[in-house]
Design a protein around this ligand. Sequence first.
Ligand code: ADP
Ligand code: ZN
Length: 746
Amino acid sequence: MTDLFASSGPAPRDEPAPTAGADRRVAVLLPLPLREAYDYRVPAGMALGPGDFVEVPLGPRRVVGVVWGEGAGVVESGRLKAVVRRFDVPPMPEAQRRFIEWVAAYTMTPNGHVLRMAMSVPAALEPPKPMLAYLRKEGAEPPPGFKMTEPRRRVLALLDDGGPPRTPAELAEEAGCGVTVVRGLAEAGLLDPVMLQPAAPLARPDWEKPGPELSATQKSAADDLRERVESGTYSCALLDGVTGSGKTEVYYEAISACLKAGKQAVVLLPEIALSAQWLSRFAKRFGAPPAEWHSELTGAQRRDTWRAVANGEIPVVVGARSALFLPYKSLGLIVVDEEHDSAYKQEEGAIYHARDMAVARAHVGGFPIVLVSATPSLETKVNADSNRYARIELPGRHGGAQLPDVELIDLRRDRPPARHWIAPSLKQAIARTLAEGEQAMLFLNRRGYAPLTLCRACGHRLQCPNCTAWLVEHRLARKLQCHHCGLSQPIPHHCPECNEEGSLAACGPGVERIAEEVAELFPDARAAIMASDTLFGPRAIQEMVRRISDHELDLVIGTQVMAKGHHFPMLTLVGVVDADLGLGGGDLRAAERTYQLLHQVAGRAGRAQRPGRVMLQTYMPEHPVMQALAQGDRDGFYQLEAEMRLEAGMPPFGRLAALIVSGEDAVAVERVAMALGRAAPRSDTVHVLGPAPAPLALLRGRHRRRLLLKAPRATQVQPLIASWLEQVEVPPSVRIQVDVDPYSFL
Ligand code: ADP
Ligand code: ZN
């Protein structure tokens, strides 16, 4: 996204007065793929204001929606259905409603669809109910004939240990039995029922708790951010500093200022499930943890959090991109950490970039936003260069820790042996690191054992039947998997094509295969794999991070799960197995992304007293990305990358929007794609490429065609696309997705 506010979204409308009238009607937006709000009659005696959450009839159903404004009066009032009830929660704030409209307009998604992202927990609208819990009933003896089974004994033993009353579900989980066991004990009169009042709000982070003594540069950065928060007006600042320079400490000061002002703050992290270290660090700094918001929460956690955010009881939320859509009562600061991370782009449903939407949220809400990165996106960098965003710099690592030395290993000369992937010089460096009692990490952004399996007899490659993709061997799980649709099948003994037995051969490495090589080269090293599919859930990741921090492991082989923000004091060597991996494919941002990722991986090395060393294995040592990394010449790289984009009229200097046409019927998809091609808006400055089969021409059984619109930066692409789409008839079996500012070209 370049000119964020070029299209400022719909103008605010007149707000209805929060009084009840005889003939009053309101427009209610429903969390369904609807563009418009529907009118409903306000029953006598019901006071409704804008933003109120209400239940309304829709056909035979009842749905929950939000009062969006005064009714339009198109439908005769006699035929209008009435609002059923109003929920007892604070109304959705005006800024949040304007934000929803803005996101909908920008991403060309129906308002109701975006509203649904903000109403993902309807249960939160009902007041929490008291819950039944149990204590041990003192002196109660089992009735005659009551069989004291082992699970029953365990539950009673738990309760005999004292502790607070617990719900049947909690007791069952702790005792490792079913809930019926607990119920049986209650029916036998051995337990004392207690009604638990809803969970007390979490302890509040304490803004007065002092942080560490900041260096002079850190302090001036922190003061700058504090002033922005205190001013209570919109501004966007890029906090730009190398990994380990104290960016987190500095933005904690901004959070402290926000809490002092009595406002709420939200911190977006690209992979919140991987952020245990961040959470415990925050808790240490402020004496209480933040509230989390991400897909791993339980239903009850989601409900309590949503409600407490709406009530203003939760002052700090840390979350994934969806945290932007929570109904903050009084939001006063957004921090987007690792703002360059592509995990911020949501590719399903409403396609949006959370960093860009966060800037819009701050603008609508009239408060500051801080974008944080050691390797900003080119978009953000250009915005800072042109003073649209302020730039706050932290040039050096805190405490004088040195940035690691980056060396290139030219794989054309320094060759690993056949079917091995660790070059002799990297092997040597690992040996030395281990001998010094330090830790090493090998990075390869590829899960599984091998990315391709082929038949040595007939050359057949094992492919996913639903996707244009090879099946990836996962040897530990003994499965072939498709990383696009999740298909998983046993590894066959025969080639499915020529039926030859034992002819299937693994091609290329994934982390599992590197682990095998490590075990062969360094049999005594304590090694482990760290990848999203070898670690189940945040707990497992947290445990792995702890094992590395506590030096229970000597060598870690990891995918990008490893690259994110962790701080390992004894990790002094990082080896990148295939530094060229991200550069193929002709993606617009391939070089930028590779640079950012490798820079981040490199940043894991030597974060404490011991200096770090980074070795990149590459077949293209002369490539600008490799040169920039080896020479630590970040700005030179950005400069070159910016020149190339400018030359080509590509973002952030030009605009792109993609249309993805998909469906199960290849012919119907092709027909719509061709019709779109013929109707495409074309002029001296606006160009449309395609239709062309998408690189993932088949995905989850759907055929896919792409069109790409390219326009000058000043162009508002949304109206262009809207009138383009109007000209083409689309059968129900075919779907067109609009991706404004695409990041994925697959
Ligand atoms: P970044 O976010 O830029 O990677 P961090 O804020 O994580 O940097 O800082 C790196 C390390 O240095 C952390 O362990 C942090 O606690 C420590 N640190 C940074 N600034 C200070 C300071 N002023 N005093 C004490 N420790 C600091
Ligand atoms: Zn597949």
